[in-house]
Design a protein around this ligand. Structure first.
Ligand SMILES: Cc1ncc(C[n+]2csc(CCOP(=O)(O)OP(=O)(O)O)c2C)c(N)n1
Ligand SMILES: [Mg+2]
Length: 733
């Protein structure tokens, strides 16, 4: 039974009867029952072992249909969570599409068989791919809202370009668009929940936060997660919000409140926080049984609040539908779900050969010759706007990174730069009299002054916030180039990097991507940098499929590789060695505004015939010192290979050199065990065994953190002497 309700998305004023029109009440019920029918069908399929996981939205339907009908799919934006079946159905996802994901079909439009059921994604409807991680999506929603606002203030940014990632991005935006995001009450314990509220509140962003409070987080009751047991009380003092706490089992109350919440956001007054008390009609998932931890009395009391039971009773009580009509409607919806299941069970399964598809962009290959603009332009031909880093005089790595940011921001209005302390001054009125901060290492100096405070700004002191928001910007086609102040503090963002940023493209089967650049000062040799300002750890990130990792060793490479990172269609972790920022080693003239270096191309920084030394970053100058001494003192000719990018890395260059020398050392600053060199050494042992005359050697730091006292620091980090010793030993092997 289809009941068309043409005006369903128009704000309903209360009818004379004191409520919504009967037609709309029936439509709300239809959507709720359809959602439950699809859940019940999935549960059956799971019990028959035809699908492999099930988690339901049962008990949450009223809240969700209320939210969906207050918003505009394909116009507004949605960052839901796994319970939001009724929301997604009401937005326009079909039962068939949902069950295609259940069976893991090739034709599952949300993920091509990669994600569990209820991990929503629909490009046309603006439902952005979500993960299983609780609360990460809230920061994406915040970044998405910021991007929408930015684009409506800078419509020129929507223009396409033929030359970079923008060629593949059609940008849509509306000045009054609203972003919806939801989570369970237990997930409000996550720091990312609070980080999202902070930024939404501060920026008066049009984000509707919906807390679906069913009283439990798997087996953990609300009072354990939330002091006092009520999240509304805790968030009440955030400025600029519209707040509502409602009975989330009453679809009418929900719709009316969401209409008010959305109106607040559309009017630009700020975000909204809707806290709906719903219930769990079933256990957490089919892997759970709530009889293990809830009393019978509690479960029975909860069952009385089932929104379907209540709404059915109301439709009968008010004479809107008869028992016979309700039975017919419910039966028809059950049939609809059953028919969808039939289609899903017949659907083609994904091909094993397709597994690597969409790990990286298929549109733009950063190793391709289109990035090979290694031609250095004559100095002075591009005056640029930066006060530093231009002209023929040799410049530091810091200067040439700054120059690249200046050039690229001038070229591409989609770039925004933010992070901790990256602005010149958040209080703009001070800019007339102050020099400006521009980053703790001054790498972003002058950018705010040149490009304005909506393109270059300070983030809160929260690393997950920085990366999570960047993902929201990224899925809208913007290019955030964010800074994590020190590699040592990247860890709060690790969840966002690992589970969200790097996965967005693969898990959505190419539908969404967040080609964000994260610049990170890294490394030691600082004399006194100690434990929390000396860390390395690049192999932890090269172990993440979907993330490019770049690690330049000199000013010119840093400039060219950062340009490629910015123009590339994949997320990039751009590691900048702090010790190299202002070294006299590796300075270079300004190479021009289009100088780029493709990823995956190593550089022979010293040719040699006896030993191949593979390295990168701050070990490059140390390896060169050791190689010079080996030449002078021992007559050994070492070929030093600077990898420059770690994912992808240049296997061809490694293999060519090793075939020539038959002896190889891999040297890096990070700890020896499980370090980047372990993978390179293992692959050489595996694929070049026949070419080797000696075992592969590694030089790296000790398996400890870096200590403060310089004597300890020197002993912990690999020094040129240790590299020289390895060279001499290996030659004698
Ligand atoms: C970051 C993270 N930690 C743990 C989990 C495992 N987990 C999945 S759902 C869940 C409970 C969530 O409870 P709540 O936020 O109240 O949402 P509900 O499922 O009740 O709707 C947990 C612990 C996860 N998915 N993500
Ligand atoms: Mg819950």
């Amino acid at each position: 039974m289809e009941l068309a309700v043409p005006s369903v998305r128009e704000p309903e004023t209360k009818a004379a009867s004191g409520g919504l029109s009967p037609q709309l009440l029936v439509e709300l019920y239809r959507l709720m029952v359809l959602s439950r029918s699809v859940d019940d069908r999935e549960i059956l399929l799971k019990r028959q072992q035809k699908i492999f996981f099930q988690i339901s939205g049962a008990g949450h339907e009223a809240l969700q249909v209320g939210a969906a009908l207050a918003m505009r799919p394909g116009y507004d934006w949605f960052f839901p969570y796994y319970r939001d079946r009724a929301l997604c159905l009401a937005l326009g996802v079909t039962p068939t599409e949902m069950l295609l994901q259940g069976v893991g079909a090739a034709t599952d439009p949300a993920s091509g068989g990669r994600q569990m059921p209820t991990h929503w994604s629909d490009r046309a409807l603006h439902i952005v791919s979500t993960s299983s991680s609780t609360a990460t999506q809230l920061l994406h929603a915040v970044g998405c809202a910021e991007a929408g606002r930015y684009l409506s203030h800078h419509p020129e940014a929507a223009a396409k370009s033929e030359t970079d990632y923008r060629a593949f991005r059609d940008l849509e935006f509306h000045g009054d668009e609203v972003v919806f995001t939801s989570l369970g009450e237990g997930s409000t314990s996550q720091g990312e929940f609070w980080e999202a509220l902070n930024t939404a509140s501060n920026g008066k962003l049009p984000v509707v936060f919906c807390v679906e409070d069913n009283g439990y987080a798997i087996s953990v009751p609300v009072e354990v997660n939330t002091p006092g047991g009520n999240i509304s009380k805790l968030v009440a003092n955030f400025p600029n919000f519209y707040f509502a706490e409602i009975d989330g089992t009453d679809p009418e109350a929900c719709l009316l409140v969401f209409q008010a919440a959305v109106a607040h956001c559309r009017a630009g007054l700020g975000p909204a926080f809707v806290h709906g008390h719903c219930m769990r009609a079933y256990s957490h998932s089919l892997s759970d049984d709530d009889k293990w931890y809830r009393s019978a009395a509690e479960r029975e009391a909860d069952a009385l609040r089932d929104p379907l039971v209540k709404m059915r009773a109301r439709l009968l009580r008010e004479g809107i539908l008869t028992e016979v009509e309700l039975d017919a409607m419910e039966h028809a919806l059950d049939e609809e779900a059953a028919a969808a299941a039939e289609i899903a069970l017949e659907a083609p399964l994904p091909l094993v050969a397709g597994i690597p598809k969409h790990v990286y962009s298929a549109d733009l290959d950063p190793t391709s010759s289109s990035f090979a603009a290694e031609e250095v332009q004559p100095a002075g031909s591009n005056p640029g706007k930066s006060s530093t880093g231009k002209g023929a005089a040799p410049h530091t790595m810091a200067d040439l990174i700054n120059a690249c940011l200046f050039d690229e921001m001038g070229r591409d209005p989609r770039i925004v730069v933010y992070g901790e302390d990256v602005a010149d001054a958040s209080r703009e009125e001070a800019l007339d009299e102050v020099k400006g901060k521009g980053g703790v290492f001054k790498l972003t100096s002058g950018l705010q002054r040149e490009y304005g405070s909506d393109r270059v700004f300070n983030s809160p002191l929260a690393e997950a916030n920085i990366v999570g928001r960047a993902i929201g910007y990224g899925v809208r086609g913007m290019k955030p180039v964010v800074e994590i102040q020190f590699f040592d503090y990247i860890w709060p963002a690790m969840h966002q990097i690992h589970n969200e940023l790097a996965l967005m493209r693969w898990r959505s089967h190419g539908e969404w991507a967040a080609p964000v650049v994260i610049r990170v000062p890294i490394g030691g040799y600082l004399t006194g940098g100690s434990i929390y300002h000396s860390q390395s750890g690049e192999s932890i990130f090269t172990h993440i499929p979907g993330l490019r990792v770049v690690f330049p060793s000199n000013a010119q490479d840093a400039n060219g590789l950062l340009r490629t990172a910015i123009r590339c269609d994949d997320p990039v972790l751009f590691l900048e060695h702090k010790r190299l920022y202002r070294e006299s080693y590796g300075r270079a003239p300004y190479p021009g505004p289009d100088f780029a270096i493709p990823f995956g191309k190593a550089k022979i920084v010293r040719p040699g015939t006896h030993i191949t030394l593979i390295t990168y970053g701050a070990i490059v100058p140390r390896a060169l010192q050791a190689a010079e001494r080996a030449h002078r003192e021992n007559g050994i000719e070492v070929e030093v290979l600077d990898l420059r990018t770690l994912n992808p890395y240049d296997w061809e260059a490694i293999a060519t050199s090793v075939r020539k020398t038959s002896r190889v050392i891999v040297a890096h600053e990070d700890m020896l065990s499980w370090g980047y060199g372990a993978e390179i050494a293992a692959r050489i042992g595996d694929e070049l065994f026949e070419d080797l005359d000696a075992p592969v050697k590694r030089v790296a730091s000790m398996d400890t953190f870096v200590a403060y006292q310089p004597i300890l620091e020197d002993a912990i980090l690999p020094q040129p002497e240790a590299i020289l010793k390895a060279i001499v030993d290996l030659r004698a092997y």
